[in-house]
Ligand binder design. Structure first.
Ligand code: SF4
Ligand code: SF4
Length: 447
């Protein structure tokens, strides 16, 4: 996109260009940035730009992990990828962002470039690239360049056609036409967002979520403490602040292995969702994930029940339920072994009922235990578990109660949303879902 924009401005308006794509981070699935200066006089400046008139952001989550308004001129233009209406997008922005946009008279626009590229690209591989073409169209519409240069929409589209003919002509007319249609739609479909008052405007600020690998309450204090590193360096960057010299950089140290903490939750748009009933335990997903972000784990029924109780405790002793967990686990396991068609949640439920019915508790005790069971049942239901041949049946065949249940959890930080695991799953046990707040909260809880 950047090169086409720069070349169009050069060829059509005779402008001098200094363009600076920043490559490297895309290799780790991180966003890249591209800067361009368009001017009628020679551009002598040769550095990254910190003050700009227009920002194009194909990252819809950009306000969640940085401050993309920093450096944008007052009255500047910001075009944001969004599949929501202008009104919904406005309401979804953090309160402090809305305040800045209003106070600094920033012109905010939204464009669903992903949808345009998805609908228009003949070649699936080209979809991600063609989002940029839609943003190119949006740039010409939202920025003041055409008016400032005394040009017209028709002349710009002629120039763009020449550019794309030159660049993609050798790949065939379809590629050129696909791109031009996408640019046209970007131009026509970009929409202005009008700042309106939002109820509950004074929402409290949010603190960036600490990645699980850094959240180690038992870690030794001092320079190697990951929590301290998070607070003094990572969290500052995550709020978009430019810490000129953080205390770690100042003395050239950082805790070991922080490279492993790469939080992609603000960058990806989609995540895999596990459908346990369809899983056969083939292992393709965790073997092929390029980021080791979807480990498969096998646990015994008893371990699963006691872990569910431990993580649900939060001050509650579960002293009615704990004494019967072994019996409950054994009964659940027995039911699963006996009936290969029995769903795992149903086995937990029936297992508990069978045990509770035999206990001879009075009504009060039964009601108390049932209440505790209801909490754990909900917790277990939120954590999909698969009964599979390789991990349950084969284990049983070797040794009675040797089988375990398979869970496939997605690392909420490491997954970059590439969908490879979904593509290689032969049984349709993984599907792609849009990442929204409840989905992210579920990933974090299950991880
Ligand atoms: S979407 Fe990609 S990164 Fe995420 S778990 Fe699947 S294969 Fe791994
Ligand atoms: S989710 Fe799919 S790929 Fe992964 S183990 Fe289950 S069936 Fe195999």
């Amino acid at each position: 996109m950047g090169k086409n924009l720069a070349m169009t401005a050069f060829e059509l308006f005779g402008m001098q260009i200094k363009a600076n794509p920043k490559y490297g981070s895309e290799k780790k699935g991180q966003p890249t940035t591209f800067y361009a200066v368009l001017a009628h006089e020679p551009v002598l400046l040769n550095c990254e730009l910190t003050h700009v008139d227009v920002v194009l952001s194909p990252d819809p989550n950009v306000f969640r992990h940085s401050d993309p308004l920093a450096g944008l001129a007052d009255g500047g233009v910001f075009v944001l990828q969004s599949d929501q209406s202008p009104d919904e997008t406005w309401k979804s922005l953090p309160a402090h962002t809305r305040t800045q946009i209003r106070e600094r008279d920033i012109k905010l626009f939204v464009l669903d470039a992903f949808a345009i590229a998805r609908e228009e690209a003949s070649d699936v591989e080209m979809r991600f690239r063609m989002q940029g073409a839609a943003f190119l169209g949006a740039f010409f519409r939202a920025s003041s360049l055409i008016a400032r240069e005394g040009s017209s929409e028709a002349k710009v589209f002629e120039g763009v056609r020449r550019q794309f003919q030159k660049k993609f002509g050798h790949k065939g007319e379809t590629v050129v036409e696909d791109n031009l249609r996408v640019i046209r739609r970007g131009y026509d479909q970009v929409q202005a967002v009008f700042p309106t008052p939002v109820e509950g405007e004074e929402e409290p600020g949010t603190v960036p979520h600490i990645p699980s690998l850094l959240d180690v309450p038992t870690a030794e204090p001092g320079l190697g403490n990951p929590g301290r590193y998070w607070e003094q360096v990572c969290a500052v960057c995550a709020t978009g602040q430019d810490g000129i010299a953080d205390p770690f950089a100042a003395i050239s140290v950082m805790p070991a292995a922080t490279g492993a903490v790469r939080d992609m939750s603000g960058v990806r748009l989609e995540v895999p969702h596990f459908i346990a009933e369809k899983c056969t335990g083939c292992g393709q997903c965790w073997v092929q994930c390029p980021d080791s972000a979807i480990p498969g784990l096998v646990n015994s029924v008893e371990d699963l029940i006691s872990t569910a109780i431990d993580v649900s405790s939060n001050g509650v002793a579960f002293d009615r339920l704990r004494p019967v967990t072994k019996h409950w686990a054994r009964e659940t396991h027995k039911l699963l072994a006996r009936d290969p068609k029995l769903a795992v949640p149903a086995a937990f439920e029936t297992g508990y009922r069978n045990v509770a019915d035999k206990m001879g508790w009075d009504d009060v005790r039964r009601a108390e235990t049932d209440r505790e069971f209801a909490v754990i049942r909900e917790r277990l239901a939120a954590f999909p578990l698969a009964r599979t041949k390789p991990f349950f049946d084969a284990g049983e065949a070797k040794e009675k109660t040797g089988g375990g249940l398979l869970s496939i959890t997605v690392n909420p930080e490491a997954c970059k949303g590439c969908n490879l695991c979904v593509a290689v799953c032969p049984d349709g046990a993984l599907e792609t879902v849009k990442q929204d707040e409840p989905t992210l909260a579920r990933l974090r809880r299950n991880w």
